[in-house]
Design a protein around this ligand. Structure first.
Ligand SMILES: C[S@@+](CC[C@H](N)C(=O)[O-])C[C@H]1O[C@@H](n2cnc3c(N)ncnc32)[C@H](O)[C@@H]1O
Length: 224
């Protein structure tokens, strides 16, 4: 009989995952990596803030694509340590994205959430803070596990040797994204539901577990 999963807090889970997060075969991370690599609508010269930046994978890609300044917050010291070792140019802070950030309003061109909002029960506090940080011409990019999947129980987890580690995750309905944006005065400028068949070259076999047409990730681009 398979062993019962071990349930850890978000911080403890990511501290443990941080050592091998970047090399783990995770279809959501692989798909998000490809989408970020396409530039999220352009980042040349941009100042970027990532909520839940983890090991800094996205910050690194954005710098390579021409972002002028990349800043990130994360709850997990382990993930932040990996990010620090990756690139000294990252501006990093240990911070809970549900709380106000000690940063000036209107100071970023792009605020990014990539696979991090699933760990937050209420979308409103982090999205309000993202809206506050944006310059008037700025935008918010969201890349999260598609609601069809998260509502059917798909959530961040990993295998560490013989142990399966799970952590708190909150599936968000489309309505929660739409209503939160409406309450905060954020306009949904672009929405895309990324399916395995949308990626060339193809993602790994794991991504096709639910078929090539079943959406993996939701992308939203928001403006004030
Ligand atoms: C699946 S990882 C994604 C990391 C990174 N965005 C990426 O795409 O590789 C989720 C990250 O969100 C962070 N996180 C979860 N809840 C958070 C919170 N309330 N505040 C800040 N970071 C949080 C976790 O520590 C973890 O590093």
């Amino acid at each position: 009989m398979p062993a019962e999963p071990i349930h850890l807090s978000v911080t403890d889970a990511y501290d443990r995952w941080s050592r091998f997060y970047d090399t783990y075969d995770n279809p959501m991370v692989a798909a998000a990596t490809r989408i970020v690599a396409q530039g999220l609508g352009g980042v040349q010269g941009a100042s970027v803030f990532e909520f839940g930046c983890g090991t800094g994978r996205n910050l690194s890609a954005l710098l390579a694509m021409g972002a002028a300044r990349v800043t990130g917050c994360d709850l997990s010291i382990g993930m932040l340590e990996q990010a620090r070792q990756r690139d000294a140019r990252f501006e990093l802070m240990q911070h809970d994205m549900t709380q106000p950030l000690p940063l000036e309003s209107q100071s970023f061109d792009l605020a990014l959430f990539c696979l991090s909002l699933e760990h937050v029960g209420d979308l409103e506090p982090p999205l309000r803070e993202a809206g506050r940080l944006l310059k008037p011409s700025g935008r918010i990019a969201i890349l999260e596990i598609h609601p069809f999947l998260s509502l059917s129980g798909v959530a961040a987890h990993f295998q560490d040797g013989s142990e399966e580690i799970r952590m708190p995750a909150y599936p968000h309905q489309f309505a929660a994204y739409c209503n939160t944006c409406a309450r905060l005065g954020l306009r949904i400028e672009f929405c895309r539901e990324w399916r395995p068949c949308d990626f060339q070259p193809p993602l790994t076999d794991k991504s096709f577990k639910r078929g090539s047409q079943s959406p993996l990730l939701l992308e939203l681009q928001l403006r004030s």
